[in-house]
Design a protein around this ligand. Structure first.
Ligand SMILES: NC(=O)c1ccc[n+]([C@@H]2O[C@H](COP(=O)([O-])OP(=O)(O)OC[C@H]3O[C@@H](n4cnc5c(N)ncnc54)[C@H](OP(=O)(O)O)[C@@H]3O)[C@@H](O)[C@H]2O)c1
Length: 325
């Protein structure tokens, strides 16, 4: 069996979680890391047992042994870094939000198609087994006809530079609101008639707290909330005319409770034991590479692009502008 040599661009917080994940996976090797600082890359490589450390992202992409590159930098930098990797023929697993805006996403996806190189958005929720179970439960009719959904995700992350600054494509929406939009999309699909929203801006001009309501063509409604100040309960509730599904942690579902017509718990489903949950997106990328696919069925390019467009529209209505827009 081939062992996939993974390279990581950006030696920050989430790169550490990926390093932990790769260490517990089968068929992958913690191969190379790259940072803007050679010392930082070397330190990270030593700490997490990577074979190679590079002082520039381009050197990592030039390494012929790298099979898959995970991009773990601020949203503002995903476009140019992913483009550079794709240009060198390297498959890419790029952290969410995929790019800073839809124009960049469109251009990047077209470039990957032209080059015949795999790229996918590392929005881990989409690849998790319990996320897929939620879709199955909705379609099974166990809660009757679904009508409403509420979901929230908030963490006190306003102190982070990449969240505060418009040049880094900061704000709540691209960092955490994106999960609420994906949760709604996985449960209720894509046929949205209109969106209503309101937002509180931070002093730096990025969105800090927001409420978003999606009205669907078939009469469904989704209410979503995120904030960079609060620590929320991360719950998702999907209600039908015969019951509810209560999802603990919409970001990485831990459990799903099925509530029946009499408000009794009729079933509970738990996430299977995993390393961190990041492994599913890595295995999905490897599956796609092996099968010669340019995208992953778990997060099709069309979905990545649709959600980027949704976020552009929301930001526009709030007056949140990034220099790259
Ligand atoms: N899936 C999840 O659960 C999850 C959770 C958190 C974040 N994320 C995503 O992961 C990505 C990175 O987030 P993070 O929290 O890991 O970020 P971070 O620790 O702040 O930064 C990650 C790396 O990006 C580079 N970087 C930081 N600030 C920069 C700047 N001003 N200009 C250029 N490069 C800069 C640095 O790379 P060098 O090594 O070159 O210095 C840094 O190590 C984002 O897309 C975020 O949305 C995902």
């Amino acid at each position: 069996m081939k062992v996939y040599k993974i390279g990581i661009i950006g030696c920050g917080r989430i790169a550490q979680k990926m390093a932990t994940t790769l260490g517990g996976m089968k068929g992958v090797a913690r191969y190379a890391v790259a940072s803007r600082s050679k010392e930082k890359a070397e330190h990270f490589a030593r700490e997490w047992q990577f074979a190679k450390a590079y002082g520039s992202y381009e050197e990592l992409a030039n390494d012929p042994e790298v099979d898959l590159i995970y991009i773990a930098t601020p949203h503002s930098h995903h476009y140019e870094q992913a483009r550079m990797c794709i240009g060198k023929g390297k498959p890419v697993l790029c952290e969410k939000s995929f790019t800073a805006n839809a124009r960049q996403a469109e251009s990047l996806l077209a470039y990957a198609k032209e080059k015949g190189v795999f790229v996918t958005e590392a929005i881990w929720t989409r690849y998790l087994p319990l996320s897929l179970k939620i879709q199955e439960l909705i379609h099974s009719g166990i809660i009757g006809t679904p009508y409403t959904l509420s979901a929230n995700l908030s963490y006190p992350v306003s102190y982070k530079e990449r969240i505060q600054r418009p040049e880094l494509a900061g704000g709540a929406l691209l960092d955490i609101g994106v999960y609420t939009l994906n949760f709604a999309a996985m449960a209720f699909g894509t046929e949205i008639e209109r969106m209503e929203s309101s937002c509180l801006l931070a002093d730096t001009g990025v969105d800090a707290q927001e409420n978003i309501t999606l009205f669907y063509k078939d009469g469904k409604m989704a209410s979503l909330q995120s904030s960079i100040y609060a620590k929320s309960d991360r719950m998702g509730v999907i209600s039908g005319d015969k019951g509810q599904l209560i999802v603990e942690n919409i970001n990485c579902p831990q459990s799903v409770r099925v509530i029946d017509d009499d408000y009794n718990v009729s079933a509970v489903y738990y996430a299977p034991q995993c390393i961190t949950g990041f492994e599913y997106q890595v295995y999905a990328s490897i599956e796609a590479i092996e099968k010669g696919w340019l995208e992953s069925p778990y997060m099709p390019h069309a979905e990545t692009l649709r959600i980027m467009r949704q976020m552009d529209e929301l930001r526009k209505s709030w007056g949140v502008v990034f220099p790259c827009d």
